[in-house]
Write a protein that binds this ligand. Structure first.
Ligand SMILES: [Zn+2]
Ligand SMILES: [Zn+2]
Length: 253
């Protein structure tokens, strides 16, 4: 048999993947829907998300790419330095309903798959903008190690891993909390900037790099602003952000 007629490794892999799917059909990581939902290749590569869940989670609508507030103006007239020196942000959805539920589930131990699903949607919906920022590195907003010890997982880590995989970039925990802070959502909005100001330190590995910071939820933007300041003072040349959810209304913590 000529070499050209031998089944290629690629086609063998595809056949094996199809056989695997037949025996154990992939299910949507959010709702468990089966049979395998139709989805873009990019999304399927990271995590299975059905069309219905994709629609109900990507509720971000039109937003200012500089501060993340809802609206058609980009940049808007209300940015007001809320993200500090962070130069841009993408938001998957408003912190409400399905998105809030998915983010809370992703925070639990064994929530990794859900975080991967949210990351897949972020890359699918905002890949063009994320790539236009030309980041070199993806960095999760850190959880203090004592808190990580108790909870065993960080949704920001898992989200960052998924976003990095989707963009073909390295992910590195380059920012650390240098002191323990009070949970931001337990504080009035006016106190949050002071709570996290100077609370982060970035390693030398970010010098000369363009960094994409990833977190699960942003409210006032104070944490992203403080992380950006730490990264820039460690030599990063530009900082951008991607979050799964943004609390858009004042009644959400
Ligand atoms: Zn689903
Ligand atoms: Zn704005």
């Amino acid at each position: 048999m000529p070499l050209s007629e031998l089944p290629s490794i690629v086609s063998c892999r595809r056949w094996a993947a199809q056989a695997f799917d037949l025996l154990w059909p992939p299910r949507c990581v959010f709702c468990g829907a089966e049979p395998p939902p139709a989805a873009g290749d990019e999304r399927r590569r990271l995590a299975e998300v059905c069309e219905d869940c994709g629609r109900s989670l990507a509720t971000g609508g039109s937003r200012c790419g500089r501060c993340g507030q809802p609206g058609d103006d980009d940049p808007c007239s209300r940015c007001g330095g809320r993200l500090g020196e962070c130069a841009g942000i993408v938001v998957l959805g408003s912190y409400a309903d399905a998105v809030r539920d998915a983010v809370l589930r992703a925070k639990r131990p064994a929530g990794d798959l859900l975080a991967a699903g949210l990351a897949a949607l972020i890359v699918e919906r905002h890949g063009d903008r994320l790539r236009s920022w030309r980041p070199d590195l993806v960095v999760p907003v850190p959880m203090h190690w004592t808190r990580r010890l108790v909870r065993g997982t960080s949704a920001a880590d898992e989200l960052a891993r998924g976003v990095a995989a989707g963009l073909g970039l390295p992910v590195r925990r380059a920012v650390r909390r240098s002191r323990r802070t009070v949970m931001q959502n337990s504080l009035p909005r006016g106190d949050r900037r002071g709570n996290v100001a100077g609370a982060f330190r970035a390693g030398r590995g970010v010098a000369g790099r363009r960094v994409l910071v990833v977190d699960d939820v942003t409210t006032t933007g104070a944490t992203l602003a403080a992380c950006s300041a730490a990264l820039l003072s460690a030599g990063a040349t530009a900082v951008y952000a991607a979050v799964a959810a943004r609390a858009d209304t004042s009644d959400v913590p």
